[in-house]
Design a protein around this ligand. Structure first.
Ligand SMILES: Nc1nc2c(ncn2[C@@H]2O[C@H](COP(=O)(O)OP(=O)(O)OP(=O)(O)O)[C@@H](O)[C@H]2O)c(=O)[nH]1
Ligand SMILES: [Mg+2]
Length: 446
């Protein structure tokens, strides 16, 4: 998603990290480089300018010159400012006092409103809410059909009145939801190629009539600065409370994501990362900044892992990591889990240093079997304390598992690497999950 931006920043970081001392001129030159990188990534130039001014103000002052490792300090400042630029922290959806809580999806044609409505409904249903979709895009009949298909896939009820009028349908949908115990109403609305007066009037009438708790502007991140500009226009003409960035899975250069919050003044709440209904994520600025800066997104990794691993196992593992008792049995279990999680490439990019550690460690079926055979040929004590496995034990284990001593050596190396990687992760973030609501609480308690 931010591939190119990441790569360039990475190159820049390795240059400045190694410097023992940075003068003010160095810092300014470095920030000019960052500015170029940001503009190439299609970040709005005004946003880039004010962002770098903020960084420079902090970086050129005492904060950096007094620091032991000024290069790293600059990176830290950049990171913190980037988190701020992206909105600080994840903002859960608001809930209104009366039922149903209305969430209105708005945006330009083809931005992903209908799909995102379904994704959001599923997201809420998974967290124990009872959402319903309302078909208020009556511009073309096919729009209602599409929403009904989405509802079917997402296993959500859809309120539709063919031949109806958007404001009236919205109102009836709200009544229907109230009467039938649906606590959330997600309203799909019409899009246009460009912002025009009739559309804005229609949306404003719907808004006045059903008083949405949230108006979510759905923006196609592939359209770059256009998405940013239309977010601003919707803010002025309708008032929006959040942005959902869709198609972040595409080859967008990331500039829209970095500019939209500052330009529109409203936070990014969710991100669409694929066409499928579960390809949808909460937008966590801290994690996103980590990902962009190539520092790895440990929390996302842990969450992904938790989906594949059962929660009890994950907790046990986290505890072991903390106490650094990660042994060979855990190693084997991890290999199985990693295999279950599917394509490793994406996942591994999220972990600092993991790419390197995992090199030559593709998890293939026969490799896994061999690994298993080797570990099973060890005594329980050896599995718990792999450090005691030296020359003669290695020979015995190789013979017992029908492998060669080199295979045993390689496995032990891989284990050490994984342990080191886990230790880094453990030291970094696992001690306390930063920010955000616990799972199962899409709305703040009221
Ligand atoms: N790759 C990818 N495709 C997406 C994403 N979100 C939506 N799409 C696709 O974008 C296209 C348009 O999505 P819709 O949900 O129909 O967009 P819309 O805003 O409702 O469009 P109109 O109703 O015509 O204004 C569809 O083909 C979706 O599958 C996403 O996050 N990633
Ligand atoms: Mg639509």
């Amino acid at each position: 998603m931010f591939g190119e931006l990441q790569e360039k920043l990475d190159g820049f970081f390795s240059k400045i990290k190694s410097r023992g001392k940075l003068t003010e001129d160095d810092v300014r030159a470095a920030l000019r480089e960052v500015r170029r990188i940001l503009l190439e990534a299609d970040v709005n130039f005004r946003v880039a300018r004010s962002f770098l001014n903020r960084v420079e103000e902090r970086a050129v002052g005492r904060e950096v010159t007094k620091s032991v490792t000024p290069g790293q300090q600059v990176i830290k400042i950049l990171h913190d400012e980037l988190v701020g630029l992206l909105g600080g922290s994840f903002r859960p959806l608001k809930r209104s006092k009366q039922t149903p809580t209305v969430l209105m999806m708005v945006g330009l044609q083809g931005s992903g409103k209908t799909t995102t409505g379904g994704k959001l409904g599923r997201y809420l249903a998974k967290r124990g809410m009872r959402p319903m979709l309302a078909a208020c895009d009556l511009q073309r009949p096919a729009a209602v059909d599409q929403l009904e298909r989405v509802g079917e896939q997402a296993d959500l009820p859809v309120f539709a009145v063919r031949g109806g009028e958007p404001v009236m349908v919205a109102e009836q949908a709200a009544e229907h939801a109230r009467a039938h115990g649906y606590d959330t109403l997600i309203v799909d609305t019409a899009g246009r190629l460009h912002i025009d007066e009739p559309l804005m009037e229609e949306l404003n009438r719907i808004r006045e009539r059903i008083r949405p708790a949230e108006i979510l502007f759905v923006a196609d991140s592939m359209t770059g600065q256009d998405a940013v500009n239309s977010a601003q226009a919707f803010t002025e003409r309708l008032g929006i409370s959040g942005v959902v960035l869709t198609k972040l899975d595409g080859d967008a250069r990331g500039g829209a994501a970095l500019s939209v919050r500052e330009v529109s003044g409203v936070p990014i709440r969710f991100a669409g990362v694929g066409e499928k209904l579960d390809e949808f994520e909460e937008f966590h600025p801290g994690r996103m900044a980590d990902r962009i800066l190539g520092m790895g997104d440990v929390v996302s990794f842990v969450e992904k892992a938790q989906e594949a691993v059962d929660a009890g196992d994950a907790l046990k593992l986290a505890k072991k990591l903390k106490e650094q008792q990660f042994d060979l049995e855990d190693f084997l279990a991890q290999l199985h889990q990693l295999k279950k999680m599917g394509p490793l490439e994406g996942l591994m990019k999220m972990i600092p240093g993991a790419n390197k550690a995992m090199q030559g460690m593709e998890i293939q079926e026969d490799e896994l079997k061999r690994t298993e055979a080797i570990i099973l040929s060890m005594t329980p004590e050896e599995r718990r304390k792999p450090n005691i496995i030296r020359g003669s034990r290695r020979k015995r284990i190789a013979a017992g598992s029908g492998t060669r001593v080199q295979d045993v050596n390689r496995l032990l190396n891989q284990y050490q690497q994984m342990k080191k990687m886990m230790k880094q992760m453990g030291g970094r973030k696992m001690k306390g999950m930063p920010g955000g609501m616990p799972k199962g609480m899409p709305f703040p308690p009221s």
